[in-house]
Design a protein around this ligand. Structure first.
Ligand code: NG1
Ligand code: ZN
Length: 621
């Protein structure tokens, strides 16, 4: 295999930082922006090779460091189905990022080219034509995102580019598109829908049937950023319009049909969400008219294009959730107002408010998971959806597998609430890719990390069953019976949820519309949501700067420390103390995205939780 001429020389001209081992972590590469030039250029190269390996499907590159401070940046790759990069390629990414000599670079690139486009020089198995690679690159508003994104574009062009590129065999060169400013979930959506339009996102094989996505149904017009807005706004409005004229059974005892108020205050963390949310709100309001679906949003902590110097500073989902504190711009005058916070790239969402007594409360990812699980379980039960075709007679709708996936950071009270209601809960390792992967094992997999990153994913069989059930109900002879009306409403709710909730990745804008719709259907204001489900156990999180966090390792779901020896035993002693037991819990784990060890403690009172976290930190040091 021939490498494109000049490729090695171009890459050698931008060497990796000295004395630094770069790792493709839970959220791609992430570090001080000044250390990342070579990584960005090389990720451009890698994305083009990955696209060739995936039969010419679009691969995304997102330039962001999410909730990190403004000095940091990062880059992650998006696979054809809009999902995270396949695990094997994470290793390739790290090898390429760390290659220092010409020989090392050549070795990894030739190996990658052979994986991406194997050649079969025998006449009986002729080498297939090499697909045309396609790479789409988007960025957040960090001051260095544009420059770094250009480096990734250049890197991709080294492979794709004009005549010398390895991209096309004989035919057209591939494409490298700088799609500009986007939220992370918007890029995931765009990549997924573009590949859906052309074929089966899993196999990459061409598919007949035009523009529809085989999972979420629907027709053309959902591609790109405009399609994203159209899809979200229309499915939100459709979900709101399922409000039952009479009180619906999902409404709790405190339901008020006129609640919640349409007013919402949105802390945008000075990030990309501030630039992208207005178009969505406008589309919603255009369709909502004066109905209860209307959204009157006041944006707080907004952003200037490309120049977000205060990104995530004393605001945003991470600051609010980890610190359990209101963001700047919010104060005691906000009593009773419904607030939400995004993180810097708008893939995390938390809600919060001051109650009438002036006490501030947080509604985190666990509260969203429970709200979503309750709502979807009710809809599933009422929908009359036939059971999955398992071959046995007498199945029930309850045979569909639904689960909430949580991490060790989930508040113990939320886990208990779900289990008491008979909703299965499973645990996965911290980090989006682990929880997402676990959720994929279910017909409906609901996951929200406590920090506000999450979504609800529908398996393909489930999605198709919901869509065809609705079609069947719509065709049925109009029967006025209350039962069939109820089934129709519940089924429409499932369809709307499937289309509104981002099927690729956690998405703050999509999750926000889902929560807003569910609150409207239940007639709940934020205080009702806060009180209506369960009360959080008080908790405390700390970050510890340590010499070397790699000496620490954990068990599979990260609830227990395996090394260094003796650490877990000491934590067990803390948890067994009479002041802490039985609800107290503490665990420690090395972060996958920052150079720190994290400590999490929860207990019956805030004081005990704080003391427990402190005592655990002393053991770690
Ligand atoms: P680390 O830094 O490994 O704890 C953080 C979050 C994860 C996840 C990843 C990004 C916490 C405690 N951890 O991981 O939940 O969002 O970033 O994938 O919030
Ligand atoms: Zn984020």
């Amino acid at each position: 295999q021939e490498l494109p001429p000049g490729l090695i020389a171009e890459l050698m001209a931008v060497p990796p930082p000295n004395g630094k081992k770069l790792a493709y972590g839970t959220a791609g590469f992430r570090d001080k922006a000044t250390l990342l030039d070579s990584t960005f250029q090389r990720m451009g190269v890698l994305a083009a090779l990955r696209s060739i390996a995936c039969g010419g499907q679009v691969i995304g590159l997102m330039v962001t460091a999410s909730h990190n401070a403004v000095e940091d940046n990062g880059i992650k790759m998006i696979d054809p189905a809009g999902s995270m990069l396949a695990i094997e390629w994470e290793g390739h990414a790290a090898t390429l990022a760390n290659a220092r000599t010409e020989e090392e670079l050549k070795a990894i690139l030739i190996a990658l080219l052979a994986i991406a486009a194997p050649s079969f020089p025998s006449p009986s198995t002729p080498t297939p034509p090499r697909p045309r690679p396609r790479v789409w690159i988007a960025r957040d508003t960090r001051p260095h995102s544009h420059r770094l994104s250009n480096l990734a574009v250049e890197g991709a062009l080294l492979v794709v580019g004009g005549k010398g590129g390895v991209g096309a065999s004989g035919g057209e060169p591939g494409e490298v598109v700088d799609v500009g400013l986007m939220t992370t979930p918007q890029l995931h959506h765009c990549v997924r829908m573009e590949n859906c339009r052309l074929g089966d996102v899993r196999t990459g094989k061409e598919r007949s049937g035009g523009d529809a996505c085989p999972v979420i149904g629907g027709g053309p017009g959902w591609q790109g950023e405009e399609g994203y807005v159209r899809l979200l706004a229309s499915s939100y409005l459709a979900l709101c319009s399922t409000a039952h004229p009479t009180a619906h059974s999902t409404a709790g005892p405190t339901a008020h049909p006129s609640l919640p108020s349409s007013d919402l205050w949105l802390d945008c963390a000075h990030g990309i969400g501030a630039l992208k949310f207005p178009a969505l709100a406008a589309a919603v309001n255009k369709g909502a008219g004066a109905s209860a679906a209307r959204l009157t949003v006041t944006l707080v902590n907004t952003a200037e294009e490309e120049n977000t110097l205060y990104l995530n500073d004393k605001c945003g989902a991470e600051y609010v959730q980890k610190g359990q504190q209101p963001p700047k711009g919010m104060d005691g005058r906000d009593k009773g107002r419904r607030w939400a916070s995004f993180d810097g790239d708008a893939d995390r969402l938390v809600y919060h408010f001051y109650d009438q007594e002036g006490k501030w409360h947080l509604l985190d990812g666990d509260k969203m998971a429970v709200l979503a699980a309750d709502f979807l379980m009710d809809a599933l039960k009422e929908s009359g959806l036939p059971p999955p075709e398992t071959g046995d007679e007498g199945g029930q709708a309850g045979d569909w597998k639904v689960a909430v996936v949580q991490t060790a950071y989930a508040n113990g009270a939320s886990t208990r609430y779900l289990r008491d209601k008979g909703i299965p809960v499973v645990f996965a390792k911290t980090g989006v890719k682990y929880v997402h992967h676990e959720a994929e094992k279910y017909d409906i997999g609901i996951y929200f990390e406590a920090n506000g990153h999450g979504t609800v994913i529908f398996g393909e069989t489930m999605a198709k069953a919901i869509l065809s059930h609705r079609e069947k109900l719509e065709k049925e002879v109009v029967s006025e019976s209350e039962g069939s009306e109820k089934e129709k409403i519940a089924t429409t709710r499932l369809v709307c949820a499937l289309q509104l909730i981002n099927q690729a990745v956690g998405d703050a804008m999509s999750d926000l519309l889902f929560v807003e719709a569910v609150l409207r259907l239940k007639g709940w204001d934020i205080a009702d949501w806060h009180k209506g489900l369960y009360t959080d156990l008080p908790s405390k999180q700390l970050k510890l700067q340590v010499q070397d966090r790699t000496v620490m390792s954990c068990n599979k779901d990260e609830t227990r420390a395996m090394t260094p020896g003796g650490l877990q035993e000491a934590l067990d002693v803390l948890m067994a103390s009479p002041a802490v037991a039985p609800h107290g819990r503490v665990f420690v784990r090395p972060s996958g995205t920052e150079d720190v060890v994290r400590v999490y403690a929860e207990a019956a009172t805030p004081e005990i939780a704080a003391q427990l976290a402190l005592d655990a930190s002393k053991i770690v040091y």
